[in-house]
Ligand binder design. Structure first.
Ligand code: NAD
Length: 485
């Protein structure tokens, strides 16, 4: 085992969990046992909440300009430790080192945004009647929780950590049990940056811990990122306990390719979008709708896909079960009559035979009713459907229950605008395969890709992590009395 067993992080210290049960942490790169992660009990959660609650009064009372100083230092530490963090992310998640570097760079951008929060959370003030002022302030909620998935072990935690904490909250995070290591390193960097003990806590576990978080009476808000199935469970459970909740779910992103699209650029973007992070990202292109004759572009997409090689410029799939699931989808499509143009099944990387890899896969002549067209595959697979018109393509996109992202590739500005207006997704790309909005714009989908109001990052997150205090004041009795006095 490469690393010592993972521990919880409570009140500024790594501590063993009270429960005996643990799971193996396996590197998808080569199947090596990296560590063991404890399945903590509700007693461990109680200890984390207690430490967060104790830290809250002092932390929340600091002026925000003082709180963000921690994040200026944290940003510097992320930069300083970028290489080491990227290696850890790549090792536990299986993505390529280059992708892991990009993930840490995104953590830096997210932190940079948090340092600008003092400029964005100024309240409002107005003399509403003679001598009477109304004023609003953004007030932190208290102890909040963040539950995160496996596919971005550092970035998704940083969607919530800098903003929630800079806004004055104290946090409990539950990492994915598949990738629990990176979060521990983030805790060390936060401490080194000067974050007071208790403000940030980690409790490891699985679904039982998630339930305990949703039920804990002293946790005010729960953010969740993961699959739609679990997002629904978490949203329902947390809100039924009268907590604020924002739950981001899965995705099935459609790329619409029009015949006038720039061939090379489109092919490169489609291939990169479907295979980046081995297709294990909620912004990956998973379905493509070719409108009219786009055979020339599909041929180039296949050429691009063939340049993507497992173990070289294509990372691993998180687990053996996930690899089997992805390959099952490809086989189902083949059985149902689709044509496999590039086949990634059975990929093995020499010297890493115990790693879990699926090669890039391009499936053509997919019908909208096939499972590869409807369901999230979460692997480097693109399912191509064909239509004659843009409206038919939009009807397919609109009919899918998710709504994270959609993109169009065209040189026609009018049609691009029409697709922006009519696609049923929260994030739209025009000639962009992975239309992630960058800070200060917020990240969030629609439909079954997100439950709750507002977005998880950017300016929109301010509303989620704070509540408004409205005060009405009058200090000049001589101003006379009117109906509001
Ligand atoms: P997951 O839903 O299996 O797990 C997410 C978290 O929920 C983990 O911490 C896990 O321990 C916990 N969990 C798992 N099963 C649970 C249950 N039955 N009850 C309560 N908690 C449970 O997701 P994953 O496999 O880790 O991540 C992949 C999924 O996340 C994909 O569907 C992907 O699209 C989605 N995702 C979405 C976004 C987004 O922004 N919408 C971003 C990243 C990932």
């Amino acid at each position: 085992m490469k690393y010592s067993p993972v521990q919880n992080y409570i009140n500024g210290k790594f501590v063993p969990a009270s429960a005996d049960k643990s799971l193996d942490v396996i590197s998808p790169v080569d199947g090596a046992l990296l560590s063991k992660v404890p399945m903590s009990s509700s007693k461990d959660l109680d200890a984390a909440v207690k430490s967060a609650k104790a830290a809250f009064p002092a932390w929340s009372r600091l002026p925000i300009k003082e709180r963000v100083q921690v994040f200026f230092r944290y940003k510097y530490l992320l930069e300083k430790n970028l290489k080491e963090l990227a290696e850890l992310v790549s090792e536990e998640n299986g993505k390529t080192y280059g992708e892991a570097v990009a993930e840490i760079e995104k953590c830096i951008e997210l932190t940079e945004f948090a340092t600008s929060l003092p400029q964005l959370v100024t309240g409002e003030v107005l003399e509403v009647s003679r001598g009477v002022e109304c004023r609003t302030e953004h007030v932190p909620l208290g102890v909040v929780a963040s539950i995160v998935p496996f596919n971005f072990p550092a970035m998704v935690p940083n969607w919530t950590i800098p903003n929630a904490i800079a806004l004055g909250n104290c946090m409990i995070i539950k990492p994915s049990e598949k990738v629990p290591l990176s979060c521990g390193r983030l805790a060390e960097l936060l401490k080194e940056a000067g974050l007071p003990d208790g403000v940030f806590n980690i409790v490891h576990g699985d679904s039982e811990m998630v339930t305990a978080i949703c039920d804990h009476p002293q946790i005010e808000a729960v953010s969740f990122v993961g699959s739609t199935k679990v997002a629904k469970i978490v949203y329902q459970r947390a809100t039924s306990n009268y907590k604020r909740a924002l739950a981001l779910g899965g995705a099935k992103n459609h790329l619409m390719v029009l015949p006038d699209a720039k061939e090379d650029m489109t092919a490169q973007n489609v291939a990169a979008s479907m295979s980046g992070c081995a297709g294990q990202r909620c912004m990956a292109a998973s379905a493509m709708v070719g409108v009219g004759n786009v055979d020339h572009i599909i041929a180039k997409i296949c050429d691009e896909a063939k340049k993507i090689v497992p173990g070289k410029n294509l990372g691993a799939i998180i687990s053996k079960e996930s690899k089997e699931r992805i390959e099952r989808y490809i086989s189902e499509a083949e059985r149902d009559g689709a044509k496999i143009l590039v086949d990634g099944r059975g990929a093995v990387v020499e010297g890493k035979e115990n790693g879990t890899y699926v090669g890039p896969t391009v499936i053509d002549y997919v019908k909208p009713e096939m499972s590869v067209a409807r369901e999230e595959i979460f692997g480097p697979v693109i399912s191509i459907m064909r239509t004659n018109t843009v409206d038919e393509a939009l009807a397919i996109e609109n009919a899918n229950p998710y709504g994270n992202a959609a993109s169009v590739f065209t040189q026609n500005g009018g049609l691009a605008r029409y697709i922006i207006d009519h696609a049923s997704a929260g994030m739209i790309g025009v000639n962009v395969g992975v239309p992630v909005p960058r800070e200060p714009f917020s990240f969030g989908g629609w439909n079954e890709s997100k439950f709750g109001v507002g977005d998880i990052t950017g300016k929109s997150s301010i509303e989620f992590w704070t509540k408004l205090k409205k005060s009405t004041t009058k200090w000049n009795p001589e101003a006379g009395v009117n109906w509001m006095s």
